[in-house]
Write a protein that binds this ligand. Structure first.
Ligand code: SF4
Length: 362
């Protein structure tokens, strides 16, 4: 299967002035009301979302992307999602495209994913379904009766799509929060037993959720959960993605989970953050941010004539980057740890150690 190559991003290890990780919040609309959602304050009726024509212009002003992520809201509520993905696919040749979903609307998700897979043959398309508990626990945590069954119906439909489209990589994501921190073994066991699941990630709850009590977690329970995932991977009981360099990505995951634990435990930044340098976020209305945690706006693509570099290399953007450096802000957001590790040579020894531990275990 021909795939876009990640090797051309090696220079970014030394020269970090070009976004290669780009997150696009395509909508703030959502068909769920999860109490731990970090984007709940931005929910609106979908007014003013960037159109496909506008996104086409933004994408054409940008360079190649290693990793293109979509976020929301529920991204599949946008019927033009395949066209939005295609704009970036043609202009920016992403190696990996990540599509997260709550899985509540299989009738929308399955045909739209199939169209994306057909139109993005040279990208690894990672579909991540949210699963925060098993059965009714998931429904309760997500405050949506029937959501577990819907998510699993979507999962099964996607798994079948994967039989026809080898560029699909299917995974499950669990948000670690107060409500499920005692059920992690059960959730991990369940996911390990699902046919076709290529990765199970556990994301630490972040941001300012509607119900702040969900953030009252026991950090040692998080540590035990990530150690369990690690043991399963090294023992060959859990699977890995099948794209090129997937083993390297898994090794990075293992390093990342321990760093996240240590960052929260020590309450300080443990490695430089490249948000705003090789990472950027675009909101559904065109605002550009260095990451999805900070409110510091670098500018808006509508105000720049859809010229992304004009925003990203503006004085306003420089001020945001300077602030990130001077404040040494820190967070647990997994997506930024990915690039902060993979593009930091000082972490390669640890990644190599995990890589060797995984060798021969997939
Ligand atoms: S450490 Fe977190 S909050 Fe700070 S810039 Fe990086 S991603 Fe954003």
């Amino acid at each position: 299967m021909p795939m876009n190559s990640s090797l051309k991003y090696i220079p970014s290890i030394f020269y970090k002035r070009q976004p290669l990780q780009f997150t696009f919040f395509v909508t703030s609309r959502c068909n769920a009301r999860c109490p731990f959602c970090f984007y709940w304050q931005d929910r609106h009726a979908g007014q003013d979302e960037l159109t496909v024509d506008e996104v086409e212009k933004v994408a054409s002003s940008m360079g190649n992307l290693l990793w293109l992520l979509f976020s929301g809201g529920e991204i599949f509520l946008r019927k033009d999602l395949p066209d939005l993905v295609d704009a970036f696919y043609r202009h920016n040749h992403p190696v990996i495209i990540t599509l997260p979903t709550n899985g509540l609307a299989p009738d929308l998700i399955l045909p739209r994913t199939e169209e994306i897979l057909s139109r993005s043959p040279e990208s690894a398309v990672v579909c991540k379904i949210s699963l925060d508990g098993v059965g009714e626990d998931h429904d309760r945590i997500r405050n949506t009766p029937g959501s577990f069954d819907k998510a699993m119906e979507t999962y099964e439909g996607l798994r079948r799509l994967g039989e026809r489209h080898k560029n699909l990589q299917l995974g499950i994501n669990t948000v670690f929060c107060r409500e499920n921190q005692d059920d992690m073994d059960r959730i991990i066991d369940y996911v390990n037993g699902i046919q076709g699941c290529e990765t199970h990630t556990i994301s630490m709850i972040r941001g300012n959720p509607a119900d702040g009590s969900f953030k009252e977690i026991d950090l040692e329970k998080y540590r035990r959960a990530v150690e369990r995932l690690e043991d399963d991977l090294k023992g060959g009981n859990a699977k890995m993605y099948h794209f090129t360099l997937a083993r390297l990505k898994t090794a990075q995951d293992l390093v990342q989970r321990r760093l996240i634990y240590e960052t929260i435990r020590q309450g300080r930044r443990l490695l430089p953050c490249y948000a705003g340098r090789i990472g950027a976020v675009m909101s559904e209305t065109g605002d550009i941010f260095p990451c999805e945690i900070l409110d510091d706006r670098m500018g808006n693509v509508r105000e720049s004539g859809y010229d992304f570099p004009k925003v990203f290399f503006s004085e306003q953007a420089d001020a945001v980057r300077a602030k990130i450096n001077s404040t040494r802000c820190y967070c647990s957001h997994e997506c930024y740890f990915v690039t902060n590790i993979l593009f930091n040579p000082l972490k390669y020894g640890r990644v190599l150690g995990q890589y060797l531990a995984l060798t021969g275990k997939s």
